[in-house]
Design a protein around this ligand. Structure first.
Ligand SMILES: [Zn+2]
Length: 189
């Protein structure tokens, strides 16, 4: 079942998510719904690469991540429970990032280039991941969601905000739009 995506400025996005102790049917169902919700968002120029449970209003540490970043016709997702970064490279990379909860807006965000993540699968079996590039960025973004942080909080300057048009092209935001989004980033907690 597709769920409604919570978008800014909804304060729900600022909630801290709780660790999951065990997986029951409601969590399995939620994981499925999240995957459907993210892939239903796919359009010509944008794809739903991942989604955190808080983005459908559930403050628990669960994320559904696209299985295949090379071929977006593949609509399968993998779920990760209680993900945490156990090691991060000091080196950071800046790239453009978007979010299902911040529709139409992109921003330049610096993220650790490489990270090691510890998480659990839906059988509560421990999973260890060594990530670099886009998947590393994506996990940092999803773990942020679990701590009530959205990517706008990391955008250093209004000049680093962009909007996407119907053709999928990115444009700088007007000063007014940028100021309004900046406001939301500072309304933390
Ligand atoms: Zn997001």
């Amino acid at each position: 079942m597709k769920r409604k995506i919570v978008t800014i400025p909804d304060k729900v996005l600022r909630m801290k998510s709780k660790r999951i102790g065990y997986v029951d049917d409601s969590i399995r169902k939620l994981a499925e719904d999240m995957a459907q919700t993210a892939s239903a968002w796919d359009r010509e120029s944008e794809i739903g690469a991942a989604i955190a449970a808080i983005q459908v209003g559930e403050p628990i540490k669960l994320t559904a991540v696209r299985n295949n970043f090379e071929d977006y016709r593949d609509k399968s997702f993998v779920s990760f429970i209680n993900p945490e970064i156990v090691k991060a490279s000091p080196e950071k990379v800046t790239d453009i990032e978007g979010c299902l909860s911040v529709p139409g807006i992109y921003g330049r965000v610096a993220r650790h280039k490489k990270i090691k993540v510890k998480a659990y699968d839906l059988d509560m079996k421990e999973v260890r991941l060594t990530l670099e590039g886009f998947p590393a960025r994506l996990f940092q973004h999803e773990i942020d969601h679990m701590n009530g942080i959205i990517f706008l909080d990391h955008v250093a300057s209004p000049k680093d905000l962009l909007e996407i048009d119907d053709a999928g092209r990115l444009h700088p935001l007007s000063a007014d739009q940028a100021a309004e989004l900046g406001q939301q980033a500072s309304n933390h907690g």
